[in-house]
Design a protein around this ligand. Structure first.
Ligand code: NI
Length: 259
């Protein structure tokens, strides 16, 4: 089986003590690639170090996460730009980027500027984008709409919206929908929403160390647990886990051009 974790932050300190074991368990679970979105300037070094430790297995992205946008955002953006300028071939995507109004709305305008700037760089450097959206669906949709007819491509990571929102996102035909452990939660409405979503549009991910799927919910998440999300999706689509792995892996490799 060829399974891919399209979104994990294994470079964070949660994994400092046992990263080689985490990678070993991912391999045992059938995970062939792990794609890693950056957070901000403080995480670039650990991110690249982690990817250097596991070459051709862990792949870095560069970007400024919306929860790291504050009064210093222009300096932070400049660091992202510098990385792209000097090192564009190193990165498989610009991520994660987007809007997060759940934690704090203080920097909404700055978040919007950072999001749009990074979209422009994605077009310029011909890289896909990984979008983080929390309590910000309407803004995200509004920013992206003018790009629908462009070459812009990417993934709506950690989708947890409703049927109408899914319908609107599926109109972006160069984009995939990223599904993680949330789909396994008891009260999740995602299984119902997915019934109206073609499986060919999905990527699967962990968002490790966060959002651990059942039956390990509450513990630290890791890439091996992507198989629990795969199994749940197989159940929803009444197909085999192998088929889910095959379709979602093909999608991820195509998006990040590692096929
Ligand atoms: Ni993330």
């Amino acid at each position: 089986m060829n399974l891919i974790d399209s979104h994990a932050h294994l470079f964070l300190e949660e994994f400092a003590d046992d990263l080689p074991l985490v990678i070993q368990r991912a391999k045992q679970a059938g995970v062939s690639h792990i794609f890693m979105p950056n957070i901000d300037s403080t995480t670039i070094e650990p991110l690249l170090k982690t990817c250097d430790m596991f070459p051709d297995y862990c792949f870095p992205m560069i970007g400024l996460h919306p929860t790291s946008v504050d009064e210093n955002y222009l300096q932070e953006l400049e660091i992202v730009h510098q990385q792209l300028d000097e090192n564009a071939k190193r990165y498989v995507a610009i991520g994660e980027i987007g809007l997060d109004l759940y934690w704090d709305k203080t920097y909404l305008n700055e978040q919007l500027i950072a999001f749009e700037q990074q979209i422009e760089w994605a077009l310029q450097y011909d890289l896909p984008i990984v979008i983080h959206a929390r309590e910000a669906f309407d803004y995200i949709y509004k920013v992206l709409k003018p790009y629908r007819q462009t070459a812009l491509k990417g993934v709506f990571h950690s989708f947890t919206g409703n049927e109408e929102e899914m319908k609107q996102l599926l109109e972006f035909t160069n984009f995939y929908i990223g599904i993680n452990g949330v789909v396994t939660f008891k009260k999740s409405t995602l299984p119902d929403v997915l019934k109206h979503t073609p499986i060919e549009r999905l990527l699967i991910e962990t968002d490790a160390p966060y959002l651990t799927p059942v039956p390990n919910r509450g513990k630290r998440n890791e890439s091996a647990f992507v198989k629990d999300t795969m199994n749940k999706i197989a159940e929803i689509y009444q197909t085999s886990p192998e088929k889910v792995a095959e379709i979602t892996s093909t999608n991820a490799l195509k998006l990040f051009e590692k096929g």
